[in-house]
Design a protein around this ligand. Structure first.
Ligand code: 4AD
Ligand code: MG
Length: 497
């Protein structure tokens, strides 16, 4: 900021504009515009007197009245509602100026904020000067004022942020991400940054993306003709992580309650509205905790984040309800307050078989539940979220604790309306000998899991955790049908724009 003697002093909090000048860096005049955010204008009381204001943004639409006035709906992304800008014909170059304003043109407007004379908005800006910051060719710009389909918008992910639907979804996403941290921080969990490049294969399924510096055509070969990974960057084969769980466990077995929240990667060829190859996962891990404790935290966590979204994103939820998901708010309110049902896998299978419902995949004890089964349990059988626990050990990962019956493991899946599985978790196998036996049963080499086994050798403790797919939560809260529409740049088989 400017000091009394005409010098510059750094502001607290830093003022982007002047502090860059203060720091002696060259910035263009455009980066320095001191503008008022539209959200701030709309939140303030209607001014009694005309109040000078500068706003910048992109035109959503332009309408010219016969009386020689143009109305521009201006958006700067700070709120879903735009600001009406009134451009009087008395402005110099009025005719040339308004011809250049199309959906998407960027503008700077200096004028007076006044109570609106028209219907549909409380305030408007009477423009005194309008600068076209960036022109566009309306024939070439793919985003039009009329609602554009989500399918089409997926082909132009770099322009999706210009649409209200994406602005609403992304604001909910941001609020949810913050709520995730608040939930765990309020409970004194430690945020652990587990690695993205990993030598482990948490799910034991082997569908991972390889990380290498080798040129595929010239990768060195060992005597047997196989690629010699020992010569690669890390001196071994490594992959992008599928889950931060195993590393999370090492911190839980030392610091108690921890969580990780980061990107995870799966190279499964799953072309469904619920799968991404790159998605964000929240994984808490708790020492001295069993499956019941795990389930309680998972249910509280879902209710908390949904409650926070309702509290902080009422406008976005209302907009999305109209746009794409009738009944959204009521369904979220129900979710935020309901006790989740609890079924064992065995009871769930019995219920599915007894239901008489026709499923594409028949159900038998021992098969994995498909999305159609999960949705039936939630939407028809329990009519609320359900936690299914104690799955057959054959269909679950090696690290889940074997139940006393020897047939099932202490696993849980939290199933929610529309999405099916939102959370997968378990109590972990803390008994060294049982874990080694399970690894061998599943053809995993215990030598590769030495660090994981050490936790069981040196002061083992019962512990449990879960993973929540963040994009599935965003789908649920925004009522979005396809997971590709709740992440800025979806990565799916055959598609990485
Ligand atoms: O059930 P998953 O595979 O469990 C794990 O990864 C455990 N290691 C978690 C843990 O116990 N710490 O994945 C957990 C959740 C799923 O319930 C789902 O919501 C989400 O991650 N998920 C995906 N989301 C989007 N795209 C995919 N391909 C996903 N795979 C799993
Ligand atoms: Mg799962």
């Amino acid at each position: 900021m400017r000091t009394e003697d005409g010098g510059w002093q750094r502001c607290h909090p830093p003022c982007f504009v002047r502090c860059l000048e203060f720091a002696g860096r060259s910035v263009t005049i455009r980066a320095m515009i001191q503008r008022t955010r539209i959200a701030q204008i709309l939140a303030a009381p209607v001014p009694a007197e005309p109040a000078p204001v500068t706003v910048c943004g992109w035109a959503r639409s332009r309408r010219d009245s016969k009386a020689g006035i143009s109305f521009v709906d201006l958006s700067d992304g700070s709120s879903l509602t735009g600001l009406q800008v009134v451009i009087p014909a008395t402005l110099p170059d009025y005719a040339d100026l308004v011809k250049r304003i199309h959906t998407g043109t960027s503008l700077r407007v200096d004028g007076d904020l006044v109570a609106s004379q028209g219907k549909g908005q409380a305030v408007e800006v009477q423009a005194k000067a309008v600068e076209i910051v960036g022109d566009l060719d309306p024939e070439a710009f793919p985003i039009q004022k009329q609602a554009t389909s989500l399918d089409f918008l997926r082909t132009v992910p770099h322009l999706r942020a210009r649409t209200r639907t994406f602005q609403a979804i992304m604001r909910v996403r941001s609020v949810l991400a913050h709520a995730v941290h608040r939930f765990f921080q309020e409970r004194n969990f430690i945020y652990v940054h587990t690695p993205i490049i990993s030598g482990e294969d948490c799910e034991g399924a082997g569908k991972q993306f390889r990380v290498t510096t080798f040129d595929p055509a010239k990768a060195p070969r060992a005597a047997d003709g196989a690629v010699d990974w020992a010569q690669d960057f890390f001196g071994r084969e490594v992959h992008l992580t599928v889950s931060g769980q195993l590393e999370g466990e090492t911190y839980a077995c030392g610091m108690g309650d921890v969580y990780t929240f980061g990107p995870t990667f799966r190279a499964e060829n799953s072309n469904t509205p619920r799968h991404l190859a790159e998605f964000w996962m929240i994984e808490p891990e708790m020492a001295f905790c069993d499956l019941d404790g795990d389930r309680a935290v998972a249910c509280d966590f879902v209710r908390y984040t949904v409650t926070e979204a309702i509290r902080l994103c009422a406008t976005e939820i209302e907009f999305l309800e109209k746009q794409q998901s009738p009944g959204l708010r009521a369904s979220l309110e129900k979710l935020a307050t309901s006790e989740f049902a609890h079924l064992t896998y065995t009871d769930a299978v019995a219920a599915l078989k007894k239901s008489g419902a026709k499923f594409e995949f028949p159900v038998e004890w021992g098969v994995d539940l498909q999305a159609e089964h999960e949705r039936f349990l939630v939407e028809q059988y329990c009519r609320k979220p359900v936690v299914v626990t104690n799955y057959p050990k054959e269909i679950k990962a090696f690290y889940m604790r074997v139940d006393p019956d020897g047939r099932t493991v202490s696993a849980m899946d939290v199933l929610v309306p529309r999405m099916g599985e939102l959370i997968g978790g378990s109590q972990r196998e803390e008994r060294h000998d049982v874990l080694v036996a399970r690894m061998k049963e599943m053809h995993l080499d215990p030598a590769r899991y030495a660090a994981y086994l050490d936790l069981r050798r040196f002061g083992t403790v019962p512990h449990a955790g879960f993973g929540l797919g963040f994009e599935r939560l965003v789908c649920l809260v925004t009522g979005t049908a396809n997971i590709r529409d709740v992440i800025p740049y979806p990565r799916v088989p055959g598609w990485c724009p």
